[in-house]
Design a protein around this ligand. Structure first.
Ligand code: ACM
Length: 488
């Protein structure tokens, strides 16, 4: 593959003639964790032993004076010089993209030799935070699928996985001190189908949760891919599953885990005991997730009072007292004045960016208009379960941040209407490819992107096994005839 097949598009490339063959003699070395990743993944796809060597064919060197990474491929060596381990990992991902799409398979399927094109690439990201949020609360996403999602984020040089672990419709994290959170809160009797004016329901219990060991594995696997997992415990709204498990957390008596989509009216009761409960939960969360940022939600709180704002702020301060920062959706700025350590996730409110900046808070851009990947991808009548705004691939790619003075960008995969890994693939790809280029690259060219995606990158996703939405519309088996959406 040539340098102009790369996605996201690199900053600077210099072509040279010749190829570096990958064969039985090819060795790997340098930064141990990146060398291990390369040997494991490219080794599986090529069937080559890729032995470690002190003077290797493919070498990952760290040099803190470099900005990002530099990759120099000659007919007898590929030398990566990288600012830090994460940058070396980005170069390893680039190297895999420079091989044929079969490099994205898990076993070799033919014996033809593979080679790398000669030349130089210099690259570094535009934004430091290139995130993707995954809602594992509305529909549980099994651990094996989360690990695969991590592979896909890393392939696109994204570096944050924001896990939305709790909501009205399910609580997904085991907390040993409060077993009812998962015994009761992790499943519901049935689920709403689609989003029609007249609600329809299935007759299928839905649920699941991650054990402590599952979460440690997810965090560790993500770290191997230089991805930080930011956990979200959403308070004081979006809390019906927790209230179902422990009714004393709410007001108004017992309630079941919610089976409908929307915003539940059942919010946390702003009492001292509620604060104590969630402090315990957050202590457990902080013991599992080394992330420097813990998300506390703070969005969509119907009937909120100043006491709810105070509850949110006390929980934020608890996290800050433990040396971490918090993040919250931009609605939280209306609940309470946020501590300076809190990062505002700007999703709905263009003014939130300037307001947060004035207040001294950092901002992450998560605009619903461009980065909500559950929103419908076309206006065609057969688009499956069309909800939200029209958000085409081109619309994602066209996003221009109102300011560069932000921590970065984040795509959101909400799963009310995504009830299987296939549906998540369909909604996420290829729009996340466009998002990745916006977050990584400074230069953009929509026509060239479209060509590169169609001819070079989608074959990689095919080889990896991603059920993306084809550029000319869904396959028949991706349709959801009869399931009503709710376009806006
Ligand atoms: C959100 O979409 N409620 C953050």
């Amino acid at each position: 593959m040539s340098f102009h097949s790369l996605l996201p598009r690199p900053r600077r490339v210099e072509y040279a003639s010749g190829q570096l063959p990958l064969d039985i003699r090819t060795s790997v070395g340098g930064e141990p964790s990146v060398a291990r990743w390369f040997r494991r993944h490219v080794g599986a796809a090529t069937g080559l032993p890729l032995p470690l060597a002190a003077k290797p064919t493919i070498e990952f060197r760290i040099d803190p004076h470099i900005n990002g990474h530099r990759l120099e491929i000659s007919p007898d060596q590929a030398l990566v010089t990288a600012q830090h381990t994460a940058a070396a990992h980005h170069a390893a991902q680039t190297l895999r993209q420079l091989l044929p799409p079969d490099a994205f398979r898990r076993a070799p399927i033919h014996d033809e030799p593979m080679s790398l094109p000669c030349g130089v690439i210099e690259d570094h990201p535009r934004f430091g935070w290139r995130g993707c949020h995954l809602d594992v609360a509305r529909h549980f996403v099994a651990k094996r699928e989360v690990l695969r999602f991590v592979d896909l984020l890393a392939m696109h040089k994204l570096n944050v996985l924001h896990l939305h672990l709790t909501d009205d419709q399910g609580w997904r994290i085991e907390v040993p001190q409060y077993p009812e959170l998962t015994r009761i809160g992790s499943w519901r009797e049935r689920s709403m189908i689609g989003r029609g004016e007249v609600p329809e329901f299935d007759r299928q219990p839905h649920g699941g949760y991650y054990t402590t060991e599952d979460l440690l594995e997810i965090v560790s696997y993500a770290a191997e891919h230089h991805i930080t997992v930011v956990p979200e415990i959403d308070v004081p709204g979006h809390s019906q599953a927790a209230i179902a498990a422990y009714p004393e957390l709410g007001t108004g008596g017992p309630v079941a885990v919610w089976d409908s989509w929307g915003v539940s009216e059942r919010i946390l009761a702003p009492r001292r005991t509620t604060v104590d409960f969630f402090r315990d939960v957050l202590d457990h969360v902080m013991s599992l997730f080394p992330s420097p940022v813990i998300c506390l939600g703070g969005d969509e709180v119907p009937g909120a009072t100043p006491a709810h704002g105070a509850l949110l702020r006390r929980l934020m301060e608890h996290v800050h007292n433990h040396g971490r920062r918090t993040s919250a959706w931009d609605d939280a700025t209306h609940l309470v004045s946020l501590p300076a350590e809190t990062i505002v996730l700007s999703w709905q409110d263009a003014q939130a960016v300037s307001r947060a900046a004035e207040a001294g808070n950092d901002v992450l851009l998560c605009p619903e208009t461009h980065f909500y990947l559950d929103h419908r991808q076309s206006d065609e009548p057969d688009e499956p379960v069309p909800v939200g705004f029209l958000n085409t691939l081109e619309n994602v790619y066209a996003y221009e941040p109102p300011t560069e003075r932000v921590l970065g960008l984040q795509a959101q995969v909400w799963t009310e209407q995504l009830d299987s890994p296939a549906r998540i693939d369909y909604a996420t790809f290829p729009r996340l490819c466009a998002f990745a280029e916006v977050a990584w690259s400074s230069e953009r060219d929509p026509a060239e992107f479209h060509h590169r995606l169609a001819h070079h990158h989608l074959p990689r996703l095919d080889a990896f096994g991603v059920e993306y939405r084809p550029l000319d519309g869904p396959y028949p088996w991706q349709l959801r005839p009869g399931v009503e959406g709710r376009p806006r």
